[in-house]
Design a protein around this ligand. Structure first.
Ligand SMILES: C[S@@+](CC[C@H](N)C(=O)[O-])C[C@H]1O[C@@H](n2cnc3c(N)ncnc32)[C@H](O)[C@@H]1O
Length: 277
């Protein structure tokens, strides 16, 4: 039997009440996504009748009650005010990664013909956003996961950037031989034994865990910066990894090392300008 939007909202809120922190808001977001509507529609159509037996809706409710992220149900995610395709093959882009884009844009000349390499492309959001802002740059986006690369490929094609962003499957920079002007990465940086919220179990584990301590991949990338004489490296990191990055860089010649914070004022990443003289 059809139910009004208001009734359905209450019903889904009830089902989500033991699962998520803000069940009413989550139920609203689920219904808005399901109806392909916006908040205004949701508020002004509370008495509209909806078929509450529609299999896709029932499936979404069921999956959401298991705390599966909404983005994986809708296959849509918003990042830096743009919409991207997403599925379980790639990490759901996080808002704090928008700051990584801003940091890169601060330290390059937008007109320069740069070769930019991204390690850990995931859904491709970083290379895509940078390609949109740096019209003369060419990108190589590497990921170890073929499933992530297929999500990235889909997004890169949707933005018409296949001629400027080349995807490669590989371990860090193993598949990159060209001279790199800028290295950018949001690598996995969580420690292997960290206890995580249950919804993170739906995301690719090799996108989250960076090793026993957590910063192992960041250290390997720092080594690459000096072996390959890469001038600039911009990297996201865990809130507690600033000291270990500083310590690791002690033996290396640094022109500048600047850390940036996220909106909650936690350390979230750094921009390293290396001194290769
Ligand atoms: C934290 S996710 C970042 C995804 C995306 N760039 C973003 O910011 O949303 C890290 C990505 O690194 C990839 N990855 C993990 N280990 C890797 C390695 N050794 N070499 C290349 N990519 C790796 C994972 O598959 C995952 O897609």
């Amino acid at each position: 039997m059809p139910a009004t939007l208001r009734e359905l909202h209450n019903e889904i809120t009830e089902k989500l009440s033991d699962v998520v922190e803000l069940p009413r808001r989550e139920a609203e977001l689920l219904l808005i996504a399901y109806l392909e509507a916006d908040q205004l529609y949701f508020i002004t159509h509370q008495e509209t009748l909806i078929d509450d037996n529609e299999p896709r809706l029932l499936e979404w409710i069921e999956r959401r009650t298991r705390n599966e992220p909404l983005e994986y149900l809708t296959n849509r995610v918003s990042f830096y005010s743009r919409e991207f395709y997403i599925d379980e093959g790639a990490l759901i882009p996080r808002p704090e990664t928008e700051l990584l884009i801003d940091e890169v844009l601060k330290c390059v000349n937008p007109d320069e013909s740069l070769t930019v390499v991204e390690v850990g492309a995931g859904s491709g959001i970083i290379s895509i956003l940078l390609a949109l802002h740096l019209p003369n740059a060419r990108f190589v986006a590497v990921d170890i996961s073929p499933r992530a690369l297929s999500v990235a490929r889909r997004n890169i094609e949707a933005f018409g950037l296949s001629d400027r962003i080349e995807l490669r499957e590989g371990d860090l920079l193993g598949c990159v031989n060209e001279k790199i002007d800028l290295l950018v990465s949001n690598p996995p940086y969580i420690a292997q034994d960290a206890s995580l919220e249950s919804n993170l179990s739906y995301e690719p584990q090799n996108a989250l865990f960076g090793g026993t301590i957590g910063d192992e991949i960041i250290r390997r990338l720092l080594d690459e910066v000096y072996v390959r004489k890469i001038p600039i490296f911009v990297c996201e990191m865990g809130y507690d990894q600033r000291a270990s990055v500083q310590e690791y860089l002690k033996p290396f010649a640094v022109q500048s090392l600047e850390f940036y914070k996220d909106l909650a004022s936690f350390d979230r990443g750094f921009c390293l300008k290396a001194n290769h003289e």
